[in-house]
Write a protein of this length. Sequence first.
Length: 77
Amino acid sequence: MNALDFDKPDCFGAADLRVCQGVFDIVAAEAGVEPTSEEGERIAAILVQLYRQGVKEPDRLRVMVESARGIHFPKAA
């Protein structure tokens, strides 16, 4: 049995999960999406995919997820 290599870039650790969970919680709440719904699962899948592709900054990640799902909020004045 091989040892796990946690230094690999495809390893998804606790810090990664915290970032993604925080963004997911914001997007789901603002969009009025139930986290366990099909739409919630779609948002989560896109979020993780973008994160693994290198989008690590939470605000940028949020904007990209919202754009991918067609979720748009008016900008604050």
